[in-house]
Ligand binder design. Structure first.
Ligand code: ASP
Length: 486
């Protein structure tokens, strides 16, 4: 595209396609204006990805996923390296989400504008999720993958993953046993009684609770005089900057970690599983592809008014991170930076839309949950009535909101829906073997969907995309510019 030829020109007012990646490639000290060294980050991540996949598939083909030596390499090398990367990214999510949300909401500055941004994000998320579920349900009804799998194969798969499935069904039913009545449940899901408990009660922080708390503090800040709020904003802006720097350091390590994560997944994974579940896998991938390249492209072109090809080129590091980590939460730090630095979405919009979206806007997940429930119902010979199918659509849309942005976050939700429509939840065993590979793909969609939402909201609020923005003027008078000139 002709307009991209200026991307690397420092005098161009258009953001470079890979501004974020170029910054990461330079010295760790941001004040050093040296040239990027070596290959761009995304190229190195792609190399890591290819090395991991090729090595994993070869090893699986030659020795099998249960060979003791293969298991030893995974347990003692590739799994620890992959987990190190994932946990480092997740470690940064809580301080990042909180600081970014408070600073961002305060940066919007005006409660009416905040309401508008909130409504647009919510409306967009609802419509785009509904489209994704309808695509999924239509494909599942047309292709009928559950009717195309023979009984022997499904019995064998069920036996192979029975133990794992039983544990997951038990965990899911423990969680739902305590679920109170619907409206109370919604309130309890969103509003924490004790925000510190949301962060510190168990290893996985409650993201929805943290987000609500951050949001409410941001709102209060916009309503208070600057003297009361400036000290907290300065601290949180500083936390945000520090977490951003930590992410830069972690991302330098991404290519190695991605190779290990991909090796783990492919070396263990029997290629025979792909064959056995070929129709199910093909239905999911077709649905995801239609949504990713069809629906998102239309949204980017008509609502955000940028070229879809340019958009995908600019977000490739986000795509690669989501694909290899299978976690929207772990990808959030990278998404925030890429959206601001490569797409030109201002920080105050990103911090609201992307942060909330990482947990609440998961189109890939919604589509997957719809197809999987129908697939297992078909396989069990349960013919769902139209009303039941609409129920699945509704639940899958809710699933996109309620599913945690972590690897295999969908599974407990699918188990819950199976119980609701009277299908044996133990059938989940059949898809467990391919879940991880499909998780990589659906997470990519989840995160891309957050970026399409952020560009839409920014555009509709009158911001010009792909151009640098003045930092948000927080009404307390604390700005990024002020800080960098200190
Ligand atoms: N892994 C997905 C995510 O983090 C959630 C899921 O569908 O399992 O977005």
């Amino acid at each position: 595209m002709p307009e991209n030829k200026d991307d690397k020109n420092p005098n161009s007012d258009r953001l470079a396609v890979d501004a974020f990646e170029r910054e990461i490639n330079t010295d760790l000290n941001a004040k050093t204006h040296d040239k990027p060294k070596g290959m761009p980050l995304h190229t190195r991540i792609i190399i890591g990805l290819v090395v991991g996949v090729v090595a994993g598939i070869t090893v699986n083909y030659l020795f099998g996923g249960t060979n003791p030596r293969v298991v030893w390499v995974i347990d003692n090398f590739t799994e620890p390296v992959g987990q190190l990367f994932l946990r480092l990214l997740l470690m940064i999510v809580v301080p990042l989400v909180f600081s970014s949300l408070v600073v961002g909401v305060a940066g919007i500055g005006d409660i009416r504008k905040l309401g508008r941004v909130g409504l647009k994000s919510f409306g967009y998320c609802l419509v785009i999720s509904a489209i994704s579920v309808v695509i999924g349900i239509t494909l599942a009804n047309t292709i009928k993958p559950g009717k195309r799998i023979d009984k022997a194969t499904s019995d064998a798969l069920q036996a192979r993953y029975a133990t794992d499935a039983t544990k997951r069904v038990e965990d899911a039913s423990k969680a739902s046993a305590t679920t109170p009545k619907p409206l109370t449940a919604v309130i309890e899901t969103i509003i924490p009684k004790n925000p510190f408990f949301a962060v510190g009660s168990k290893e996985d922080a409650n993201m929805l609770h943290i987000m609500f708390f951050g949001l409410i503090i941001g709102v209060a800040i916009t309503l208070l005089p600057i003297t009361a709020t400036a000290p907290l904003l300065r601290v949180l802006e500083s936390v945000y900057e520090i977490t951003a720097k930590i992410i830069e350091i972690i991302m330098k390590f991404a290519p190695f970690a991605v190779a290990c994560l991909l090796f783990n997944n492919t070396a263990r994974f029997g290629l025979d599983l792909l064959q056995a579940l070929a129709w199910f896998v093909a239905t999911v991938l077709l649905g995801l592809a239609i949504h990713m390249f069809g629906v998102y492209s239309l949204s980017i072109y008509f609502l955000s008014r940028i070229s879809p090809i340019d958009f995908f080129r600019r977000i490739k590091t986000v795509i690669l991170t989501a694909f290899s980590t299978s976690s929207s939460n772990a990808t959030l730090p990278t998404a925030l930076r890429v959206s601001e630095e490569n797409l030109g979405v201002p920080q105050e919009i990103n911090s609201f839309v992307l942060t909330v979206g990482a947990t609440a806007n998961q189109n890939g997940t919604a589509l997957y949950e719809g197809i999987t429930v129908l697939f297992l119902a078909q396989l069990a010979g349960v013919d769902l009535t139209l009303a039941q199918q609409l129920m699945v659509v509704y639940l899958a849309i809710l699933g996109g909101v309620g599913t945690a942005g972590i690897p295999s976050g969908s599974i407990p939700f699918i188990i819950g829906v199976l119980v609701t429509i009277n299908v044996n939840p133990a059938l989940i065993a059949i898809i467990l073997g391919v879940d991880r590979i499909l998780d990589m793909c659906r997470t990519t969609l989840n995160v891309t969907g957050d970026l399409t939402a952020a560009t839409y909201v920014a555009r509709s609020e009158g911001y010009e995309l792909l151009k640098p923005h003045e930092p948000a003027i927080v009404h307390a008078g604390v700005t990024m510019a002020e800080r960098s000139s200190d």
